[in-house]
Ligand binder design. Sequence first.
Ligand code: PLP
Length: 459
Amino acid sequence: MQALTNSRIETEYRVRTTRSAQLYAEACAVIPAGLTHDSRTLLPYPIYAARAAGSRKWDVDGNEYVDYFGGHGALLLGHAHPAVVEAVQAQVTQGTHWGSSHEAEVRWAELVHRLIPSAGRVRFTASGTEASHLALRLARAYTGKPKVVRFVGHFHGWHDQVAAGSMSHFDGSVPAGIPATLVEQTILLPADDIGVVTETLRSRDDIAAVILEASGASWGMVPLPEGFLAGLRAVTKQHRVVLILDEVITGFRWSRGGAQARFGVIPDLTVLAKIVAGGLPGGAVAGRADIMDQLDPAAAKKAGREKIGHQGTFNSNPLCAAAAVATLSIVEREDVCDRAEATTDQIRAGMRQVLIDENVPWGIYGDASAFLIFQNPNGLDIDPATFNPLRHGFKELKGVRNANLSHRLRIAMLANGVDIMGAPGGLVSAVHGAEDVARTLEAFRTSVRWMKTEGDIAA
Ligand SMILES: Cc1ncc(COP(=O)(O)O)c(C=O)c1O
């Protein structure tokens, strides 16, 4: 059993979630930390979900939440969208894995090709991690060069090549379990100075690719400075370095054509996952035909190149393809990104007003349908009315966090019927509406009041 507490926030959370507490205790006996994804960490313990529909989610104790986890951002259309459910149900009776090519993968690739400007060709993977792995392999093979420029705090999945400096080891040091020789193959740069990138690309001849999160680190937690993306495009083109845009979060969300369509910056390769697979597991690499066609034996031979290998049991399996085609067809037809963004505007404005009313020196920000809450762990002099994340560097926004503050806000919000992500923040779907916004803002006001009372926020 969990220890008892004097905190009202924790008590409110615990009394509502006794079955979750029990499941967590059972999980801890067989699953390290009781968790299957580091980002699902929550103190004192996480909720255990039982079902979800639209913008809402219910836990095993029967509590209802407005959900801003959105399947880690995969669910632009909300939970259990009828068209996606129908497509998956129809498919599951026909078989979940044929081990054959099939029509839905062709339609899926066509949709990605039509929607994402850089998608001359598309290859499916089983996750975003696999997609970034494949993109780096393609870029290195294409250029014949070994090094990759990455940016501190930018996340491209959990594989070894991109582990250092994304969620930890921001100083470029070698995380346990990762070979130092692999870490040396990437050059970790700050994402706030195009001059540093320009000088790096100018002074070296061993760089295959530059990869970055289109939103800035962690779906915009550390936004990119004005002109940075366009500057990268220009300098990578000049030095014939492959520009890889990681649009795992931003793809089909920042606009139906991703961040690249929103900002008018077309990369050589795009890494996709989450929404691309309709909320089921899956990812894709899309990009220039001459780079992608290294996967095609005939084209590679014709170009005098070696064919690049790529396998994966669950690549474009029919179940995920069915969900993907259902989802992307709606993204193509309807203005779902605009709807989600309009709702997010209301959430951001409403939360900002709560901070002003309650005299809390935090900041609310975020692009497109993402909202982020800066909790000001170092007690800076911040006016929520004018907070601008670009005035704060990586270190302040992501580098030095007080995880406890995030946990406290999250359990307070859960106790008030809202599930936000650990950033803290959330990704909003096209089916969140006025009632969700009202409930969210009420929960936020109550939560910051509780946190003031309990000394989490200086009065
Ligand atoms: C920007 C970005 N790239 C890559 C990934 C990895 O995708 P996956 O979790 O599907 O492996 C994520 C996952 O959150 C992500 O946010």
